[in-house]
Design a binder for this molecule. Structure first.
Ligand SMILES: C[S@@+](CC[C@H](N)C(=O)[O-])C[C@H]1O[C@@H](n2cnc3c(N)ncnc32)[C@H](O)[C@@H]1O
Length: 331
């Protein structure tokens, strides 16, 4: 998720516990697939377990599989979902590992999949995780702190051209070149290790006009680093088709995105699944070319103004849903 101003205290994490984003709409989208006894729903981004708790409470015959790559999230969600322990299986995994996880659990097909992308308030609020530009912390930003390179590693070791590309593509940062020049000057003196120093460098590097628009000037750089450190788009690009592939016919998927790069990718995969692959001009479209998905949302649905007033985290949310309507044709 990205927001204009990041939460800076415990309160927002507590609020998020009570306010999973677009909850009612997510439940409604998935409901027709989850009413039958034995239905399985996968929450691919368990986080603090808010959506999962509501899914388990609303669909008493459903079983839930919850994934998160962050072990702290799994611990917290585990406590929250303890009353449903007999119907919930929580797994430490990156969501593109969904097919392997389902195979290990002996679940060939599922009836529902939910993604609530991005970072959780808990991750933002814990300074030592290094996600927040509003607090000084080591530049880490790994959702899974057991592996991978940190934001500091990226900033201190990537070639300048590569850093410019990251900031432009993942941060949509127009001032990428100036910021990277400042980073390269700094790292020639001493490695960058703290988020406050990076924020300071960014502020100093930007022209006055750029500082006046678009909220905190470090926002886009932090988004870019977070996406790179966690391989977020590569993982999502594999995960959405994998999730669609895991759906039984009649199964449903709902995806909440928080920035245009995520939403574009989700839109592309769902729209492609809902489009015929027949060569143009066939009078009747044979079964193997028929779409395997039906879109459940017209474009992306947005949160209501009331919801945004209650929960700032919801503001950038975009929700898309689809239903699996056909088996893959393998002929
Ligand atoms: C916005 S939070 C989810 C909040 C949750 N829906 C709730 O109601 O509490 C997103 C979560 O997804 C996790 N996550 C992000 N990318 C992931 C990935 N590629 N694989 C697994 N988990 C991921 C993050 O660690 C974070 O805990």
């Amino acid at each position: 998720m990205t927001t204009e101003e990041q939460p800076t205290n415990e309160e927002s994490a507590v609020r998020e516990r009570h306010n999973p984003v677009m909850l009612r709409r997510c439940l409604d989208l998935l409901a027709p697939a989850l009413a039958e006894p034995g239905a399985t729903v996968v929450d691919c981004t368990l986080g603090l377990g808010g959506h999962s708790e509501a899914l388990l409470g609303t669909f008493p015959a459903a079983r839930l599989i919850g994934l998160d790559r962050d072990q702290a999230a799994l611990r917290l969600a585990g406590e929250r979902l303890a009353p449903y322990a007999d119907r919930a299986t929580l797994v430490h995994a990156v969501y593109d590992e969904l097919p392997e996880v389902l195979e290990r659990l002996g679940v060939p097909r599922v009836q529902g999949v939910l993604f609530d992308l991005g970072v959780s308030s808990m991750q933002l609020d814990e300074p030592e995780r290094g996600f927040a530009y509003a607090q000084d912390a080591p530049l880490d930003m790994r959702m899974d702190q057991t592996r991978g390179r940190s934001a500091a590693d990226v900033l201190n070791t990537y070639p300048p051209g590569e850093l410019v590309r990251l900031l432009r593509v993942y941060g949509e940062e127009k001032q990428a070149k100036r910021i990277v020049e400042a980073v390269v000057r700094e790292r020639a003196e001493r490695p960058l290790t703290s988020s406050a120093r990076l924020v300071e460098l960014i502020r100093d590097a930007l022209p006055q006009a750029a500082k006046r628009t678009g909220g905190n000037p470090a926002k886009r750089t932090f988004q870019a680093l977070r996406i790179e450190v966690n391989g977020e788009l590569e993982s999502l690009e594999r995960a959405i088709p994998a999730a669609v592939g895991a759906l039984a016919v009649g199964g449903r998927i709902a995806v909440l995105s928080y920035h245009s790069l995520e939403d574009r990718l989700v839109k592309r995969v769902l729209t492609a699944g809902a489009t015929t692959t027949a060569p143009p001009g066939l009078p009747v479209v044979p079964e193997q070319y028929q779409p395997r998905l039906k879109l459940l949302t017209r474009g992306a649905e947005l949160p209501t103004e009331d919801e945004i007033a209650e929960n700032r985290r919801a503001a950038p949310a975009r929700l898309r849903g689809a239903e699996r309507i056909r088996e893959e044709h393998t002929a």
